[in-house]
Design a protein around this ligand. Structure first.
Ligand SMILES: Cc1cc2nc3c(=O)[nH]c(=O)nc-3n(C[C@H](O)[C@H](O)[C@H](O)COP(=O)(O)O)c2cc1C
Length: 200
Protein backbone atom coordinates (compact mmCIF):
# COMPACT_ATOMS: atom_id res chain seq x y z
CA UNK A 1 0.00 0.00 0.00
CA UNK A 2 1.20 3.49 -0.86
CA UNK A 3 1.12 5.63 2.34
CA UNK A 4 0.28 8.77 0.36
CA UNK A 5 -2.75 7.22 -1.43
CA UNK A 6 -6.36 7.18 -0.30
CA UNK A 7 -7.11 3.54 0.48
CA UNK A 8 -10.51 2.37 -0.73
CA UNK A 9 -11.46 -0.97 0.77
CA UNK A 10 -13.10 -3.49 -1.58
CA UNK A 11 -14.44 -6.04 0.88
CA UNK A 12 -16.12 -9.07 -0.66
CA UNK A 13 -17.08 -12.67 -0.10
CA UNK A 14 -17.05 -15.07 -3.04
CA UNK A 15 -17.23 -18.83 -3.14
CA UNK A 16 -17.05 -19.42 -6.88
CA UNK A 17 -15.40 -16.28 -8.19
CA UNK A 18 -18.27 -14.25 -9.68
CA UNK A 19 -18.39 -11.62 -6.93
CA UNK A 20 -14.58 -11.60 -7.00
CA UNK A 21 -14.67 -10.66 -10.70
CA UNK A 22 -16.96 -7.72 -9.90
CA UNK A 23 -14.64 -6.71 -7.05
CA UNK A 24 -11.64 -6.66 -9.41
CA UNK A 25 -13.49 -4.49 -11.92
CA UNK A 26 -14.61 -2.06 -9.18
CA UNK A 27 -10.96 -1.94 -8.06
CA UNK A 28 -9.92 -0.97 -11.61
CA UNK A 29 -12.46 1.87 -11.51
CA UNK A 30 -11.13 3.02 -8.14
CA UNK A 31 -7.55 3.03 -9.40
CA UNK A 32 -8.53 5.08 -12.47
CA UNK A 33 -8.84 8.01 -10.04
CA UNK A 34 -5.55 9.74 -9.27
CA UNK A 35 -4.32 9.24 -5.72
CA UNK A 36 -6.64 6.30 -4.96
CA UNK A 37 -5.62 2.72 -4.27
CA UNK A 38 -8.01 -0.25 -4.06
CA UNK A 39 -7.38 -2.64 -1.15
CA UNK A 40 -9.01 -6.01 -1.83
CA UNK A 41 -10.00 -7.98 1.26
CA UNK A 42 -12.25 -10.93 2.02
CA UNK A 43 -13.90 -12.57 5.03
CA UNK A 44 -13.59 -16.19 6.24
CA UNK A 45 -16.36 -18.74 5.70
CA UNK A 46 -18.72 -19.56 8.57
CA UNK A 47 -20.05 -22.98 9.49
CA UNK A 48 -23.08 -24.33 11.35
CA UNK A 49 -20.83 -26.82 13.12
CA UNK A 50 -17.80 -26.18 15.33
CA UNK A 51 -14.63 -26.77 13.43
CA UNK A 52 -10.99 -25.76 13.51
CA UNK A 53 -10.47 -22.10 12.67
CA UNK A 54 -9.04 -21.31 9.28
CA UNK A 55 -5.46 -20.18 8.81
CA UNK A 56 -4.90 -16.50 9.48
CA UNK A 57 -3.90 -16.07 5.85
CA UNK A 58 -6.19 -17.62 3.19
CA UNK A 59 -4.60 -20.28 0.96
CA UNK A 60 -5.25 -18.09 -2.11
CA UNK A 61 -6.82 -14.81 -3.12
CA UNK A 62 -7.28 -11.62 -1.11
CA UNK A 63 -6.20 -11.48 2.55
CA UNK A 64 -8.81 -11.44 5.31
CA UNK A 65 -9.94 -7.97 6.29
CA UNK A 66 -8.61 -6.53 9.56
CA UNK A 67 -9.75 -3.85 11.99
CA UNK A 68 -6.93 -1.68 10.64
CA UNK A 69 -8.28 -2.01 7.08
CA UNK A 70 -11.63 -0.63 8.23
CA UNK A 71 -10.06 2.15 10.26
CA UNK A 72 -7.71 3.27 7.49
CA UNK A 73 -10.07 3.13 4.52
CA UNK A 74 -11.36 6.31 2.91
CA UNK A 75 -14.31 4.47 1.36
CA UNK A 76 -15.80 0.98 1.16
CA UNK A 77 -17.17 -1.21 -1.63
CA UNK A 78 -18.94 -4.19 -0.06
CA UNK A 79 -19.72 -7.27 -2.15
CA UNK A 80 -21.47 -10.55 -1.51
CA UNK A 81 -23.11 -13.27 -3.57
CA UNK A 82 -26.88 -13.46 -3.14
CA UNK A 83 -28.04 -16.16 -0.76
CA UNK A 84 -31.82 -16.53 -0.74
CA UNK A 85 -32.27 -12.88 -1.65
CA UNK A 86 -29.82 -11.56 0.93
CA UNK A 87 -26.08 -11.30 1.58
CA UNK A 88 -24.11 -14.46 2.45
CA UNK A 89 -23.87 -15.41 6.14
CA UNK A 90 -20.09 -15.02 6.09
CA UNK A 91 -20.37 -11.32 5.24
CA UNK A 92 -23.24 -10.75 7.68
CA UNK A 93 -21.25 -12.52 10.41
CA UNK A 94 -18.29 -10.25 9.76
CA UNK A 95 -20.46 -7.11 9.82
CA UNK A 96 -22.11 -8.24 13.07
CA UNK A 97 -18.65 -8.18 14.61
CA UNK A 98 -18.03 -4.50 13.82
CA UNK A 99 -19.38 -3.16 17.13
CA UNK A 100 -16.07 -1.49 18.06
CA UNK A 101 -16.01 0.35 14.73
CA UNK A 102 -19.66 1.41 15.24
CA UNK A 103 -18.99 2.63 18.81
CA UNK A 104 -15.93 4.53 17.60
CA UNK A 105 -17.78 5.94 14.53
CA UNK A 106 -14.79 4.79 12.47
CA UNK A 107 -16.77 4.45 9.24
CA UNK A 108 -19.04 7.43 9.77
CA UNK A 109 -18.97 9.99 6.96
CA UNK A 110 -17.07 7.72 4.58
CA UNK A 111 -18.59 6.83 1.19
CA UNK A 112 -19.77 3.27 0.58
CA UNK A 113 -21.26 1.21 -2.21
CA UNK A 114 -22.46 -2.39 -2.60
CA UNK A 115 -22.33 -5.12 -5.26
CA UNK A 116 -23.58 -8.67 -5.74
CA UNK A 117 -23.74 -11.71 -7.99
CA UNK A 118 -26.71 -14.07 -8.45
CA UNK A 119 -27.40 -17.30 -10.26
CA UNK A 120 -30.58 -16.06 -11.92
CA UNK A 121 -31.77 -12.80 -13.44
CA UNK A 122 -34.64 -12.25 -11.00
CA UNK A 123 -33.00 -14.04 -8.09
CA UNK A 124 -32.91 -11.10 -5.67
CA UNK A 125 -30.12 -8.73 -6.71
CA UNK A 126 -32.01 -5.61 -5.62
CA UNK A 127 -33.12 -7.09 -2.29
CA UNK A 128 -29.54 -8.16 -1.58
CA UNK A 129 -28.10 -4.76 -2.49
CA UNK A 130 -30.69 -2.78 -0.53
CA UNK A 131 -30.32 -4.92 2.59
CA UNK A 132 -26.52 -4.71 2.38
CA UNK A 133 -26.89 -0.94 2.68
CA UNK A 134 -28.68 -1.14 6.04
CA UNK A 135 -25.71 -1.91 8.33
CA UNK A 136 -23.63 0.64 6.40
CA UNK A 137 -26.25 3.30 7.17
CA UNK A 138 -26.10 2.32 10.86
CA UNK A 139 -22.37 2.93 10.62
CA UNK A 140 -23.09 6.44 9.29
CA UNK A 141 -21.65 5.75 5.86
CA UNK A 142 -22.65 7.86 2.85
CA UNK A 143 -24.21 5.43 0.37
CA UNK A 144 -23.61 5.88 -3.33
CA UNK A 145 -25.14 3.90 -6.20
CA UNK A 146 -24.87 4.12 -9.98
CA UNK A 147 -26.66 7.01 -11.73
CA UNK A 148 -28.61 6.52 -14.97
CA UNK A 149 -26.17 8.85 -16.68
CA UNK A 150 -24.23 5.57 -16.97
CA UNK A 151 -25.99 4.49 -20.16
CA UNK A 152 -25.12 0.81 -19.66
CA UNK A 153 -27.82 0.80 -16.96
CA UNK A 154 -30.47 1.23 -19.66
CA UNK A 155 -28.79 -1.18 -22.09
CA UNK A 156 -28.00 -4.14 -19.87
CA UNK A 157 -29.80 -7.43 -20.46
CA UNK A 158 -28.17 -9.06 -17.41
CA UNK A 159 -26.74 -7.46 -14.25
CA UNK A 160 -26.17 -3.81 -13.32
CA UNK A 161 -28.59 -1.84 -11.14
CA UNK A 162 -28.85 1.73 -9.82
CA UNK A 163 -28.33 0.22 -6.33
CA UNK A 164 -24.93 -1.19 -7.25
CA UNK A 165 -23.04 -3.36 -9.70
CA UNK A 166 -24.21 -6.91 -10.18
CA UNK A 167 -23.64 -10.00 -12.28
CA UNK A 168 -25.87 -12.84 -13.39
CA UNK A 169 -23.58 -15.86 -13.17
CA UNK A 170 -26.07 -18.44 -14.50
CA UNK A 171 -27.21 -21.70 -12.92
CA UNK A 172 -23.69 -23.19 -13.01
CA UNK A 173 -21.90 -19.91 -12.22
CA UNK A 174 -19.95 -19.99 -15.46
CA UNK A 175 -21.13 -16.76 -17.16
CA UNK A 176 -18.41 -14.13 -17.57
CA UNK A 177 -19.13 -10.46 -16.84
CA UNK A 178 -21.02 -8.90 -19.77
CA UNK A 179 -19.76 -5.67 -21.35
CA UNK A 180 -22.40 -3.68 -19.45
CA UNK A 181 -21.72 -5.43 -16.12
CA UNK A 182 -18.01 -4.64 -16.55
CA UNK A 183 -18.72 -1.03 -17.49
CA UNK A 184 -21.03 -0.46 -14.53
CA UNK A 185 -18.69 -2.06 -11.99
CA UNK A 186 -15.86 0.13 -13.27
CA UNK A 187 -18.07 3.25 -13.11
CA UNK A 188 -19.14 2.36 -9.57
CA UNK A 189 -15.55 2.05 -8.37
CA UNK A 190 -14.57 5.31 -10.07
CA UNK A 191 -17.53 7.15 -8.56
CA UNK A 192 -16.71 5.79 -5.09
CA UNK A 193 -13.11 6.92 -5.38
CA UNK A 194 -14.10 10.38 -6.63
CA UNK A 195 -16.46 10.75 -3.68
CA UNK A 196 -13.72 9.62 -1.30
CA UNK A 197 -11.38 12.26 -2.71
CA UNK A 198 -14.04 14.97 -2.24
CA UNK A 199 -14.92 13.85 1.29
CA UNK A 200 -11.37 13.20 2.51
C1 LIG B 1 -27.19 -21.24 -0.43
C2 LIG B 1 -27.29 -20.50 -1.73
C3 LIG B 1 -28.32 -19.63 -1.94
C4 LIG B 1 -28.45 -18.94 -3.13
N1 LIG B 1 -29.49 -18.07 -3.31
C5 LIG B 1 -29.66 -17.47 -4.50
C6 LIG B 1 -30.77 -16.60 -4.72
O1 LIG B 1 -31.57 -16.30 -3.84
N2 LIG B 1 -30.90 -16.06 -5.96
C7 LIG B 1 -30.03 -16.33 -6.99
O2 LIG B 1 -30.24 -15.86 -8.11
N3 LIG B 1 -28.92 -17.10 -6.77
C8 LIG B 1 -28.74 -17.66 -5.57
N4 LIG B 1 -27.63 -18.46 -5.36
C9 LIG B 1 -26.59 -18.52 -6.41
C10 LIG B 1 -25.45 -17.52 -6.12
O3 LIG B 1 -25.92 -16.26 -5.73
C11 LIG B 1 -24.60 -17.34 -7.38
O4 LIG B 1 -24.09 -18.58 -7.78
C12 LIG B 1 -23.47 -16.34 -7.22
O5 LIG B 1 -23.05 -15.92 -8.50
C13 LIG B 1 -22.26 -16.92 -6.47
O6 LIG B 1 -21.26 -15.91 -6.35
P1 LIG B 1 -19.72 -16.27 -6.16
O7 LIG B 1 -19.26 -16.92 -7.45
O8 LIG B 1 -19.07 -14.98 -5.91
O9 LIG B 1 -19.62 -17.23 -4.99
C14 LIG B 1 -27.49 -19.13 -4.16
C15 LIG B 1 -26.41 -20.00 -3.93
C16 LIG B 1 -26.30 -20.68 -2.74
C17 LIG B 1 -25.13 -21.63 -2.52
Amino acid sequence: MNPTSLNILVLFYSQNGSTLNLARQIARGIESVAGCEAVLRTVPKVSTVCEAVENEIPDRGAPYVTAEDLKNCAGLALGSPTRFGNMAAAMKYFIDGTIAQWLGAELSGKPATVFTSTGSLHGGQESTLLTMMLPLLHHGMVISGIPFSETALSRTQSGGTPYGASHVAGHDGSAVLSAEENELAFAQGKRLAELAVKLA
